[in-house]
Design a protein around this ligand. Structure first.
Ligand code: HEC
Ligand code: HEC
Ligand code: HEC
Ligand code: HEC
Length: 402
């Protein structure tokens, strides 16, 4: 039993939901190779890598995203894309010619409809979309996403990257481990599951960068974290925890969820509260007799995402990007000064205060007030508490806090 669970764990199973791209078929695209950001270069080289971009974007809050002006990187070092396409001032924003230049300069997505292309606001509830989209487009919209972070940031931040990928904020190992042990899915108190993906969005195993000695193990350092197996492959460990008791009329077919009995005849024979939908009369791991808690962890992974995914971007507290930017790029999420500090005055609707005219509504009036943008194109180390949690408990009236 134990070995078969382990075997299932080791077979890395794709767990991408079909809904993430809403059934949209990917557009066929060939991307050029966009080189990684170099460790060092001259300001002239930087200027070349930003030239075309600035012909439309004109200005931004921090050209390098960094607090220090000494970090020498151009737009395409982080984002990829092609900086040799220029807009002449006479070309009006939104015109056919303008869009033509934009398409050449930008990197285009495989799933334009699902992203609501060309809108740059983060999509709501994107679930597994990041795993399906091309790494080139991910890098374009967010170079700090962990799938592609080595390209834009690796030359200077390799240690930060390796630490961030192994952080609980990325792996969810504690939630998965607790849920797996408490529900009897896995017999291990020492966690073996954790979230991580490859550049192409496949589930990945995380190895410890150094061999774990018994001393390190005693302090809780884990040698490996495996991906969460696909839910439909896991037998129910919780054999006594059937969701429904089931009715008296046990039919031989698998119960159909949502359509327990097509004609409704069978239900008439059932007593109230004992419907003919139950966890199944079938053997373990057939029909719907699967580990429901595993399904629940999968859903939590997508509805309450950690840093491998975008925030759900659908309500205050949930506006954010993925990767390093999940913490280091601030969004307007919380109006309370206790938890949001200097950011509180910008509200909680994920609206921008950037100076970039292509984003703030100057060039496209319909974009004014659009939700799902960072406050500014800038990193910060002043990360507000509201980035860590939605503070229900602290939403008291101000006087009682002071
Ligand atoms: C022809 C004008 C034009 C050029 C050239 C251009 N951009 Fe843009 N860019 C825009 C506009 C307009 C938007 C906002 C689109 C929207 O939200 O409707 C945008 C949005 C973006 C976004 C956000 C995309 C998203 O979906 O989140 C990034 C990143 C970006 N540009 C980077 C660049 C880089 C890097 C370059 C140079 C390689 C560049 N742009 C060149 C006009 C341009
Ligand atoms: C250090 C790497 C880095 C550099 C250099 C950089 N960016 Fe970005 N940019 C990012 C990251 C990370 C994001 C994602 C922020 C998010 O989605 O929260 C971003 C987002 C954007 C957006 C979307 C903003 C929005 O409100 O949706 C635009 C537009 C953009 N960059 C344009 C540019 C332009 C133009 C340049 C060059 C002048 C540039 N970037 C240089 C890292 C960089
Ligand atoms: C050319 C080297 C270089 C590249 C490329 C680079 N950074 Fe940095 N970054 C630095 C330096 C230098 C600092 C300042 C280090 C310090 O203060 O400890 C820094 C600091 C930061 C900080 C702290 C806040 C700040 O602005 O000082 C964050 C966050 C950060 N970088 C994220 C990123 C991300 C994400 C990427 C890729 C999208 C990236 N960096 C790419 C060199 C780089
Ligand atoms: C879960 C939140 C979180 C994530 C994700 C995250 N960081 Fe940080 N990072 C922090 C915090 C908190 C600090 C400490 C800030 C301070 O000391 O003021 C920090 C500090 C830093 C610093 C030192 C900056 C300074 O001014 O001292 C750098 C550089 C940095 N992070 C880069 C990165 C990079 C690169 C990534 C992605 C690979 C990343 N971080 C992901 C939360 C995060």
């Amino acid at each position: 039993m134990l070995r078969s669970i382990l075997a299932t764990l080791i077979v890395i199973l794709g767990a991408t939901g079909a809904l993430a791209a809403g059934g949209e078929k990917p557009v066929k695209r060939e991307y050029p190779v966009f080189p990684p950001a170099p460790y060092g270069q001259t300001q002239e080289e930087v200027a070349v890598k930003s030239a075309g971009c600035i012909s439309c974007h004109e200005k931004t809050d921090s050209a390098s995203m960094h607090i220090s002006g000494a970090v020498a990187i151009g737009c395409t070092d982080c984002h990829g894309g092609s900086a040799e396409h220029f807009r002449d001032k006479s070309v009006k924003p939104g015109s056919v010619e303008y869009t033509g230049i934009l398409k050449k300069a930008h990197v285009l997505p495989l799933y334009p409809k699902t992203w609501h292309w060309p809108t740059s606001a983060n999509p709501k509830a994107s679930y597994t979309l990041l795993n399906k989209e091309s790494p080139e487009y991910l890098r374009f919209i967010n170079p700090s996403d962990y799938r592609v972070v080595r390209e834009g940031c690796g030359a200077c931040h390799m240690k930060d990257i390796q630490a961030a990928e192994r952080s609980l904020m990325a792996t969810s190992a504690m939630l998965w481990g607790g849920a797996a042990y408490n529900n009897g899915i896995l017999p291990f108190k020492r966690y073996v599951l954790g979230e991580a993906y490859t550049r192409d969005g496949e589930p990945a195993v995380l190895d410890s960068p150094v061999a774990v000695t018994p001393k390190m193990a005693a302090r809780g350092i884990l040698p490996k974290l495996y991906p969460l197996p696909a839910w439909e492959t896991i037998p129910a460990a919780d054999v006594f925890r059937v969701f429904e008791r089931g009715g008296r009329n046990i039919i031989t077919q698998f119960p159909e969820i949502g359509l327990p009995n097509a004609l409704g005849q069978l239900q008439r024979l059932e007593e109230p509260g004992r419907p003919d939908i139950r966890q199944s009369n079938r053997g373990n791991a057939t029909g719907i007799r699967v580990a429901i808690p595993v399904l629940n962890i999968h859903k939590t992974r997508l509805n309450d995402p950690h840093t491998w995914y975008l925030g759900t971007n659908d309500q205050p507290g949930d506006y954010r990007t993925s990767g390093c930017g999940a913490c280091h790029v601030v969004y307007a999420n919380d109006r309370e000064w206790v938890s949001s500090g200097k950011y509180a005055k910008h509200g909680n609707k994920g609206q921008t205060i950037t100076v970039d005219p292509t984003i703030n509504g100057e060039h496209f009036p319909e974009m004014k007030g659009e939700k799902g943008h960072p406050l500014k194109h800038a990193f910060t180390s002043a990360i507000p508490t509201s980035s860590c949690m939605t503070l229900f408990a602290l939403h008291l009236d101000r006087k009682s806090v002071v």
